[in-house]
Ligand binder design. Structure first.
Ligand code: MSP
Length: 480
């Protein structure tokens, strides 16, 4: 069967999840559901990144053992995904015993193959990024993503040889064997790689206990930017043995935010090349959710609480508002006021109102059972069979905001069609025409219920039910 493997980044457990994390996760869930509806064999991986200095420090501040601390926060992520109706196939934690073993085995292989060697490392360490930064990355001496001054450090360390693979990497990005999209990020990475020789990468730290000990030198640990990548393999059952490429590998789509593009477009593919594994097919980079013009982040403290959103807008409302806030890929600035406006306009008045109008008209009429009942898609029926190409292409190309626009255009057109054709009048004066008008509207709603299914699973079910039973409860209550 046609396989489809999709991943999100694994989230740091230094604090509770916020809507930035929900954003990536919902988008991946939409894509996973969409491909499932296309009849593919989908694997959707999700998880938490639990090692490192940042998390070790947070646990200390909270007066908790790191293990207890990460268990608590990881559980919060898991329960949020449940609330948001995220249907993943596995939830990987970097503290899982199996993951640790596989990472350790892999490092041993890289060490034996001389991809890793001991050396000295000097650099500027940003604990927010959990990586060394270049002078040129800083803005006013600070890490622009975390607004902190990185720490100058010099220590003996184990280093991964990056430059030996640089030419091959450039080639694979250029010919789209490793496709970085949207296009501007491919250009950005190619220009970076062509203008900078990749430095050896420090993969270990000495006095950071909360990590995975290097198998060949236990006084060092590794975490995040080698450890964490391997989740994409261990999450689908990899045991660390380079002979055993997991069945679902390579990933079809890996979602990442632009802040972690560079590591995902350099370290990650280079590790894979050393292992002799194929590279992911598509690395899709999205922009950030901003609040007041700045990336919404736990470190900056400008987050909108996801619980607040869920309470106000419900699960499907939250999923819709996040994905329709702008072009997926670009930065989007969100405010609660704008979201309330959009909720009322698109959901309460738009979709909700259209369904009520049509079902109410259908209720009070006695025309024979319309075609729509026969056109109800079956659970195993691929979406392609009931829909036209252009929206399928939009979703396939991960143009999620545009795909929603496409659906909402049908809604707007149908509203106009009702106003123009005035079916409530036709009922008496021209029953045949009334039937025709209703048939179109019911069929459109039937189609809408299918098209919104990956985005708003519960709403899709509610629409189907209302069409079948000719009974309707308001889908979305207006918010004052
Ligand atoms: N743990 C690393 C990823 C390792 S993957 C092998 C990490 N974690 S993170 O929790 O800081 O961020 C995870 C993802 O969430 C990133 O893709 C990041 O871009 C995304 N987001 C975090 N804040 C965000 C917004 N405000 N807006 C959109 N996405 C955001 O990096």
């Amino acid at each position: 069967m046609n396989k489809f493997y999709i991943t999100t980044p694994i989230y740091y457990v230094n604090a509770k999840p916020h809507i930035g994390h929900a954003y990536t996760t919902i988008a991946a869930d939409v894509l996973a559901r969409f491909h499932k509806l296309q009849g593919k064999d989908v694997f959707f991986l999700m998880g938490t990144d639990e090692h490192g200095l940042k998390i070790q420090k947070k646990a200390e501040e909270a007066g908790k053992e790191p293990r207890v601390f990460v268990d608590e926060i990881s559980a919060e992520f898991k329960s949020l995904w449940e609330k948001l109706d995220i249907k993943y196939d596995n939830f990987i934690r970097t503290t899982d015993e199996k993951h640790i073993k596989a990472v350790s085995k892999m490092l041993q292989t890289l060490f034996e193959n001389k991809a890793i060697r001991k050396g000295e490392y000097e650099g500027l360490y940003c604990v927010g990024c959990e990586q060394f930064l270049n002078e040129s990355d800083l803005v006013n001496g600070k890490c622009p993503d975390h607004d902190i001054i990185p720490e100058k450090m010099k220590e003996e360390s184990y280093l991964l040889d990056m430059k030996s693979k640089q030419a091959e990497l450039i080639q694979k990005i250029e010919n789209d064997e490793f496709r970085i999209t949207p296009e501007k990020y491919k250009k950005e990475m190619l220009s970076f790689l062509k203008n900078n020789e990749l430095k050896d990468l420090s993969i270990s730290r000495k006095n950071v206990s909360w990590g995975i000990p290097l198998p060949f030198d236990k006084s060092y640990t590794t975490y995040v930017w080698v450890d964490a990548f391997i989740n994409y393999l261990t999450g689908i059952g990899w045991d660390g043995n380079i002979e055993n490429i997991p069945e679902f590998w390579p990933a079809n789509v890996q979602f990442i935010g632009k802040d972690i593009l560079r590591v995902h477009a350099t370290i990650w593919p280079i590790v894979l090349m050393y292992l002799g594994f194929p590279l992911p097919k598509t690395l899709f980079t999205h922009g950030h959710i901003l609040s007041g013009g700045k990336k919404m982040s736990k470190t900056l403290g400008n987050t909108i609480s996801i619980d607040e959103m869920l309470e106000k807008f419900g699960v499907d409302g939250t999923r819709y508002l996040l994905l329709s806030a702008g072009t997926f890929g670009e930065d989007v600035d969100v405010t609660t006021e704008r979201m309330v406006e959009k909720y009322n306009a698109d959901l309460a008045n738009g979709l909700g109102n259209l369904l009520s109008r049509v079902v109410t008209l259908a209720q009070n009429s006695q025309f024979p059972a319309p075609n729509f009942v026969q056109s109800q898609p079956k659970a195993d029926q691929p979406m392609a069979e009931i829909s036209n190409d252009s929206i399928l292409k939009l979703i396939e190309n991960i143009e999620l905001g545009q795909a929603l626009d496409y659906i909402w255009n049908i809604i707007k057109e149908d509203d106009k069609y009702i106003n123009d054709s005035e079916p409530w009048k036709l009922k008496k004066i021209d029953p045949k025409k009334f039937e025709k008008v209703m048939e179109k509207l019911l069929n459109d709603l039937d189609k809408i219920s299918m098209l919104v299914a990956p985005f708003m699973p519960e709403t899709s079910e509610k629409i189907k039910k209302a069409l079948e039973t000719k009974k309707v409860e308001p889908l979305f209550q207006r918010i004052k």
